[in-house]
Design a protein around this ligand. Structure first.
Ligand code: FES
Ligand code: FES
Length: 159
């Protein structure tokens, strides 16, 4: 059986990218396998781990739950798009300064989730950070330092 491919055009990290994809291709596989943006991780096959989180039109989504064709015409930001002009994003600085990672597998998804959280709530309490990061599973259980990293970023972003 042959599958008809569809052309999609997305703005990814500010750059327009066009490709022919199968209608069933997930956004996470489009990012990783078609565009080579392997910073977005796949940690489960049950939509639970959050390692695949990216921003779709500025909102955090698990990219394993979105088809590439659904993102056609939209804007995606991945972890590769956080740093600007060689300057780390405050959330990246936070993870660096507060040792917010161990093996690093959950880190891209945790950072993208945190960016979304801080967009909605620039001054979160520890409790609110924990709630906001509920969808991110860290197998190294480094949650304490992830909370500290997000707090650090929140302070930096509020100036
Ligand atoms: S890979 Fe998407 S939630 Fe786990
Ligand atoms: S740092 Fe290892 S899974 Fe989170």
């Amino acid at each position: 059986m042959t599958t008809t491919k569809t052309v999609v055009t997305l703005k990814v990290n500010g750059v327009e990218r066009t490709a022919e994809v199968e209608p069933r291709l997930l956004l996470v596989h489009f990012l990783r396998d078609v565009l080579g943006l392997t910073g977005t991780h796949v940690g489960c096959d049950t939509s639970q781990c959050g390692a695949c989180t990216v921003l779709l039109d500025g909102r955090g989504v698990k990219s394993c739950t979105v088809l590439a064709v659904q993102a056609d015409g939209h804007e995606v930001t991945t972890v590769e798009g956080l740093a600007r002009d060689g300057e780390l994003h405050p959330i990246q600085e936070g993870f660096w300064e507060k040792h917010g990672l161990q093996c690093g597998f959950c880190t891209p998804g945790a950072m993208m989730t945190a960016v979304e959280l801080l967009r909605q709530n620039p001054n979160p309490t520890d409790e609110e950070i924990r709630e906001g990061l509920e969808g991110v599973i860290c197998r190294c259980t480094g949650y304490e330092n992830i909370v500290r990293a997000v707090k650090y970023a929140a302070e930096r972003m509020r100036g």
